[in-house]
Ligand binder design. Structure first.
Ligand code: COI
Length: 354
């Protein structure tokens, strides 16, 4: 693909790597390209990071035809820069696009665009331990029309943000509110797709949880409000009786890249993984009889977020004395060890940016 480069005249001062937080700083450039039905993708360009002009009638502003992805670039000690399984993000973005009747992006083009932008922004990849460069590709309908239908034109943009931990707690246990009023997704809906609308609809529950002193919510299924599905913006796993239990991918749960990687790691360690429905009652019973040993959320942004406490219908349970469990820690160390190049990449997950 031919990518035009318009270099920024003034480069920004880089933020303190020890104090990055999550998603607050953006690099000097961004990638953009446009799609027109009948023509395909065109005008690939890397331009100075800045506002995107948009017609007020653009369909995304009215009917939310928007999808996004999240992945990270890591700087290894030998200077090598890698992405973690970027083709999984490319494939998922197209599944999200299919669900929202949006144009697809060839997977190679998706990865080539990220590689090209990273080549320009190499110096923005932080090197302090536990930091990375978060990559946010997103796509939206640009057709100017307020009738409800699939748009004929789209833009695809990639922005980059140097980040530290997603939660201020870092890899320390968080308190979780089990949400039994609002739901995140239903089968047949958009739960498996990474689209902005899912997150917009989730904010009310997050606000509710925060107002009660919890960091995030545990989502129950949208029909019976009975089975655990996700935690906040992450997949969720529970260690019960020595097995790891996580919700199956049946349409309402996001197929996480971290989720898939952890399942692969666990199986390689001969840990039994059950992808099955787990009711909140079964979970509480396991907590009461002592067989629930660990619980954690998994996602690209936070990697692993241990759950130390749950509150469901006024009943609080504490998990593993509100400490990060041994298996949780081992998964975190192994996964980030591979990502940061400190452990052998046995599954060939790292994609080197050249
Ligand atoms: C991720 O963990 O990858 C996410 O998508 C979280 C993001 C919404 C900040």
């Amino acid at each position: 693909m031919e990518i035009k480069f318009d270099k920024a005249n003034v480069l920004k001062e880089k933020p303190d790597q020890n104090n990055l937080g999550f998603g607050k700083y953006f690099t000097d450039h961004m990638f953009m390209m446009d799609y027109t039905e009948g023509v395909g993708w065109h005008d690939a360009r890397i331009v100075p990071y800045g506002p995107i002009p948009m017609d007020p009638g653009s369909m995304v502003l009215h009917y939310a035809q928007e999808t996004f992805e999240g992945l990270k670039a890591y700087r290894h000690q030998d200077g090598k820069v890698t992405l973690f399984r970027p083709y999984m993000n490319a494939a998922r973005m197209n599944r999200s696009n299919d669900r929202l009747c949006m144009a697809n992006i060839p997977e190679d083009m998706f990865v080539e665009a990220i590689d090209a932008l990273l080549n320009v922004e190499q110096e923005w990849i932080p090197s302090v331990e536990e930091t990375s460069l978060y990559i946010r590709p997103f796509m939206y309908a640009t057709e100017v029309n307020v009738g409800v239908h699939a748009a004929k034109t789209y833009s695809f943009v990639i922005i980059l943000s140097p980040v530290g931990a997603y939660y201020s707690e870092g890899v320390n246990p968080v308190k979780i509110w089990v949400e039994d009023e609002y739901v995140r997704a239903v089968k047949g809906g958009t739960g498996f797709a990474k689209c902005g609308g899912n997150y917009a609809a989730s904010i009310i529950a997050q606000e509710k949880a925060e107002s009660k002193g919890y960091t995030q919510v545990l989502w129950l299924d949208g029909v019976e409000r009975k089975y655990v599905e996700e935690v906040g913006t992450m997949n969720v796993m529970f260690v019960i009786d020595g097995k790891v239990v996580t919700s199956p991918l049946q349409g309402s749960v996001l197929p996480g890249v971290t989720r898939d990687s952890i399942i692969t790691l666990l199986k390689s360690w001969n840990v039994t993984v059950e992808e099955r429905l787990l009711s909140i009652d079964e979970l509480y019973k396991a907590a009461r009889n002592g067989s629930l040993k660990e619980a954690f959320g998994t996602g690209t942004a936070a990697v692993i977020s241990p759950i130390g406490q749950l509150c469901y219908k006024e009943e609080e349970i504490i998990i593993n004395n509100f400490e990060t469990g041994a298996l949780t820690q081992k998964i975190y160390d192994t996964l980030t060890g591979i990502q940061w190049g400190n452990q052998e990449d046995v599954f060939n997950w790292n994609h080197e940016v050249k």
